[in-house]
Design a protein around this ligand. Sequence first.
Ligand code: ADP
Length: 665
Amino acid sequence: MFDKILIANRGEIACRVIRTARRLGIHTVAVYSDADQHALHVALADEAVHIGPAPARESYLKAAAILDAARRTGAQAIHPGYGFLSENAAFAAACRKAGIVFIGPPPDAIAAMGSKSAAKRLMETAGVPLVPGYHGEEQSEAALRGAADAMGYPVLLKATAGGGGKGMRVVTSAGEFSEALAAARREAQNSFGDDAMLVEKYLTRPRHVEIQVFCDRHGGAVYLFDRDCSVQRRHQKVIEEAPAPGLSPIVRAQMGEAAVTAARAIGYEGAGTVEFLLDTDDSFYFMEMNTRLQVEHPVTEMITGQDLVEWQLRVAAGAPLPLAQNQLEIRGHAFEARLYAEDADNDFLPATGTLAFLQPPEESDHVRVDTGVLQGDSISVHYDPMIAKLIVWDEDRDRALTRLARALRDYRIAGTVTNIEFLYNLITTPAFRAAELDTGFIERHRDAIFRRRPDTDARLAALAALYLLLRREQAAGEFAATTSDPWSPWHSAHGWRCNDAPVQQFHLLLDGREILFTATADGNRHQLHSELGRAVIAGTLAGSELHASLDGHRQLVTVTAHDGGYSLFTRDGALHFNEVRTDAGAGEEDTTGGLTAPMNGTVTALRVEAGARVAKGDPILIMEAMKMEHSIRAPADGVVAEIFYGVGDLVDGGAELVRFEADAG
Ligand code: ADP
């Protein structure tokens, strides 16, 4: 076995590899870019080497810098993780040449699967079933169109150099062919520098079922069963599970054997995944082979009880496979959900931001969290916006699914947009529970997944209001304690006044909407009223724990204040909100001088121009952070002398936004 390995990757996969290496007593070397100086993978490794600036092209993809780091630190082997250089045959060859073991398949095997077309021709010869299609060298539009016409529409155009769903187009009729081909070619050229295409019969309701294979250099080859990765957005996986539900033992064995045949056909070594499309009639077709460890390998680990990174290390060091086929079996059921910083409501647009609050669910035999970030870390534009992989296991699918729902609710993140709510809504649809899976799942169940929940929204808003009321009371209490007459009713924040019902009003920003709340004190409770409805709220606040009672329903809620505002986490989901301070300057604040940004965000609108005369309370500028708007208002009557930012500008919390001159007197 190796004494020291280098991990040529970052984020969760680097951390995950380091964990196994450490358990086996192997020293680890991390590599890092400028952006990752303080990253978790660097902190976890025994040593770390800086390899370049933030862009991957200048760091994690720089083979020479990585090999140099391995040489300098005396690492005997390099684990490439996934992505970056993991499927780069030239890099695997360069490692070999440098006398360093590449923890992965031989360069020839990577190259054999590097082109989807060439791989398909190879598989055809090996007798592995293929989706009917054209994988020829001839690339004229006439040849490709001829193939499409012959197999009948719909067809799928795919970049032969493709990956990540890029350069793929569905063509539903002959009339669309030309335009679709041009678009797919452009995308392929931009992404891979190669616009060669293959044409496939487009299956209308396939499942994506893939097989984990493992081979050693002594002729050993096994499959570690299947994963269903049908739930995809933009042809990319979001939820994976193992084993694939409803697969008969016969089909399972057939697919496993076909996958092993595919691996043997290219002289494979190490961990690999053979991806198939499974049609409604149980026929299955080879799609491609990924010659690396997959993102979703943990679900296989959970159901087989094996550590696949340990297997990789052993096999790369020349040992035979730890187990034979008849020693492997499936136990229970596992799910993986990929948590991304992305806006599901906005076509899954990737997001960035600082993880102002990050609290994963507690890990156990049932719950595993693979992540590479800590609270305070940033999701940057330079790398994949994945925050974590949440993996759960239980005796059967139903129970595992219940655990997944619970764990998603317990995953608390603030500071960036995430897909957690989307994942929760997806996995709690009846169709998902019934395992009615195919690659069109999200599209077909769009209404159920993206449902609006006005009742829940109103409840969460009432809890947010309660939190702010209690915070005000606390602040007032703290202030009173510092005065000479701490019990004076004038310090109370209840809105107490002589001979009148104690009423407080405040504005909250909820999902970009500014909502006015009126709270009337009634003993220890408040009658709350807003356009969202009425509620009776009461509770106590201790740190971030809010013991709330909402219309008689008691619950424990977590609330945290951070740069971007407040985040509230409940069994019904999370709410990110802000208080709109319309009374800025009315109290002790200086009304002349600057108005500052309440949080990191973007300027989305200017309501007035420099030089404008405004009345107290008039909006001057609108900022947005975490999808929430915040109006910056005039603290008094006066003139907006200067505005320092324009629409679209990024602003740090605390930065001066405008110079304001209040009227004298
Ligand atoms: P990439 O390498 O870009 O991820 P794949 O070839 O792995 O592309 O395909 C990605 C996804 O596209 C599959 O998981 C499946 O959902 C869909 N897909 C691929 N080929 C077909 C096909 N012939 N018919 C229907 N869907 C397909």
